[in-house]
Design a protein around this ligand. Sequence first.
Ligand SMILES: NC(=O)c1ccc[n+]([C@@H]2O[C@H](COP(=O)([O-])OP(=O)(O)OC[C@H]3O[C@@H](n4cnc5c(N)ncnc54)[C@H](OP(=O)(O)O)[C@@H]3O)[C@@H](O)[C@H]2O)c1
Length: 248
Amino acid sequence: MLDLALEGKVGIVTGAAGGLGSPIAKVLADQGVAVILVGRRKDVLEEAAKRIGKKSVVHTCDVRSEDSIAELFSQIEKRHGPPDILINCAGINVRKPVTDLSLADWQGVLDTNLTAPFLLSKAAVPGMVKRGFGRIVNIASIFSFVTWERRAAYSASKGGLLQFTKTLALELARTGVTVNTVCPGVFRTPMNEQLLRDPIHQDFLRSIPMGRLGEPEELAGLVAYLCAPQAAYVTGAAFVMDGGWMAR
Ligand SMILES: NC(=O)c1ccc[n+]([C@@H]2O[C@H](COP(=O)([O-])OP(=O)(O)OC[C@H]3O[C@@H](n4cnc5c(N)ncnc54)[C@H](OP(=O)(O)O)[C@@H]3O)[C@@H](O)[C@H]2O)c1
């Protein structure tokens, strides 16, 4: 196994019980990171912790709430010390035409996918800067660049996340803290269950140059690399992993 020199680091993964978050947390734990698994459902996180192993601990937190994030950081700093790594992976999608999208739908997506990474970064960055090392990886999407019908809130949030990431990367460029986005195409996870049942799915599969969906473990290795000291010169960058879809 490639040694990413992450032994002893403390990392937060939001959405850690999810289809992408869980393998990301696993690969970091396998590299020796003490991984804090964050989500709202304790039972689901505890199931994930069993798969990920003893280097992981569970903290429930609703990332839409600034108070909940403050409580999360106070607990982590008491028990593990300040985090070196933050993976913003929690995310939701509401697929409706704009005319059917309620303000609550819109705000729910923006709060989870865009405002939460902002709030979590604000909480994590001062400690990272103080120690001269930090890694923030924001899980954005190919919808940071392109869009489809019925994706207005999601694409606005992921496009915003890309710009937020680049701005924060510039602000921290001389501090030892890097900030990057990983932009997945379509991966086989619970978020896509509905899409996979939709007849449009077969057309979409045909449109992917590699002719298949991504497997979550494929993404996890890239995220782990971006957390490593070896990736010190990578910041403000966006890494697309989509089977060639964006290349068309
Ligand atoms: N799967 C794909 O093909 C794909 C493609 C492009 C981008 N992405 C992005 O990748 C990320 C992960 O996607 P996924 O497929 O792994 O989704 P997923 O399986 O649905 O997992 C999402 C996770 O986020 C957590 N979450 C949602 N709202 C939260 C909140 N308010 N506070 C805390 N945790 C919350 C959920 O846990 P609780 O419900 O327990 O809170 C869940 O575990 C998302 O940002 C998504 O937009 C995914």
